[in-house]
Design a protein around this ligand. Structure first.
Ligand SMILES: [Zn+2]
Length: 389
């Protein structure tokens, strides 16, 4: 079922094509930010930008604004990220006869997260054009989400005034509600051994690659249980076959929904590299970084109840989901702003086969309108006596 008319579908198509044609790899969101700011400006909405750009080596900060609808404080903050993964150098988005947007070239489409941008912007256009009062809400658009949620981490904790938030940044058909997402830690270990000629005097050398191999062999990797996983994803080292390698770097991660269990897995990975370095007689530099904390919102949480009600209002059955990765929602939840992550209709994201259908864009925009309309019932603020609950 789709719910918007032909004019809205045409406008969503234009917005989506305009946004995906702009290349915006992480740190280079300027053009998208300018397009978003200009469009909201035409609607009479003041957009603020913070200093996350210079602070993170990018050219653009996070954006946010309040869309005043006739009542008081904002009830809900709705967000999306402006950057995309690479490669972005040849994006030529087209809408096929089958009603599906794809990139006609062999790179990503960028529907992650421009499907969300298009839906949020058009929903705001519709509300502004209606001439009717609507509940006040906030919009926010972050930078460098794809490279470790860097933008949102630099956004001021008091930038948003809403009591609940939603980001539209999960793949899958509209109706998916991510209420649980894991924590992730990254590990980087640098082994520094001793170079020597591999044929003439190998006994003088201490092999950094051998140390790394021993460490990896000792690690438990892959799916460790239903909610924990670990991986070594990058290994680099050595310069020639006839030289005992002096340096080897391994990089990996572990993620899980239970912080305590995850701490144990991370500690075991660090133990493995330390033991291997000691055994092989090489020096070691190891760092373990918490990239984002886990979150769990219960079914009773107002953010989850709002999301379910808004999805149901479209005649779609809500699907509560557990994410395997992080999003801006992880950071906002950790700061005490209950934030759900909603499926935005995009499919096979981060790949050349990425696509999203116009029907899904239509449903996503309808979902945004539904969330805004219902938000006052779930924002936890006391209602004036006699007002409908
Ligand atoms: Zn995304």
């Amino acid at each position: 079922m789709t719910t918007l008319g032909a004019a809205s579908r045409a406008r969503l198509t234009d917005l989506f094509l305009m946004l995906t044609r702009i290349q915006s790899p992480s740190g280079n969101e300027r053009q998208v930010a300018d397009a978003v700011t200009a469009l909201l400006g035409e609607l009479g909405i003041d957009v603020y930008e913070d200093g996350a750009g210079p602070a993170t080596g990018g050219d653009t900060g996070n954006l946010w604004c309040t869309v005043k609808g006739g009542d008081g404080e904002p009830h809900l903050a709705l967000g999306a990220h402006m950057d995309t993964v690479m490669p972005t150098d040849s994006i030529d988005p087209v809408l096929g006869d089958d009603g599906v947007f794809r990139n006609s070239r062999s790179t990503i489409l960028g529907s992650d997260d421009k499907a969300a941008l298009a839906a949020l912007l058009h929903a705001t256009e519709l509300l502004k054009a209606s001439g009717q009062p609507f509940p006040t809400y906030e919009l926010f658009f972050t930078v460098s989400e794809e490279v470790g949620l860097v933008g949102v981490k630099h956004m001021a904790a008091d930038a948003l005034a809403s009591p609940i938030a939603a980001v539209l940044d999960s793949s899958g058909p509209v109706g998916g509600v991510v209420s649980k997402a894991p924590s992730m830690r990254t590990l980087r270990a640098t082994f520094n051994g001793q170079a020597a000629h591999a044929g003439l005097e190998p006994e003088r050398g201490r092999s950094a690659i051998q140390a790394a191999a021993r460490a990896i062999e000792a690690m438990q990797l892959g799916r460790l249980d239903s909610e924990t996983s670990a991986n070594i994803g990058i290994i680099s080292g050595g310069v020639a076959t006839n030289i005992v390698p002096e340096r080897c770097v391994i990089e990996g991660e572990c993620r899980g929904h239970d912080e305590e269990k995850l701490a144990g897995v991370a500690a075991a990975m660090v133990d493995a590299v330390q033991e291997a370095a000691a055994h092989t007689g090489v020096d070691l530099d190891v760092s373990l970084v918490t990239e984002f904390p886990a979150f769990t919102l219960t079914r009773r949480s107002p953010a989850v109840r709002l999301a379910k009600a808004a999805v149901e209002a479209l005649g779609i059955r809500p699907r509560l989901m557990t994410a395997g990765g992080g999003s801006d929602a992880n950071i906002l939840n950790a700061r005490g702003l209950p934030t759900i992550n909603l499926a935005a209709g995009m499919m096979l994201v981060h790949s050349p086969d990425e696509y999203v259908s116009l029907d899904e864009l239509d449903r996503l925009c309808s979902l945004v309108l539904s969330l805004i309309r219902l938000a006052p019932q779930f924002d936890g603020r006391l209602k004036p006596v006699g007002s409908p609950s």
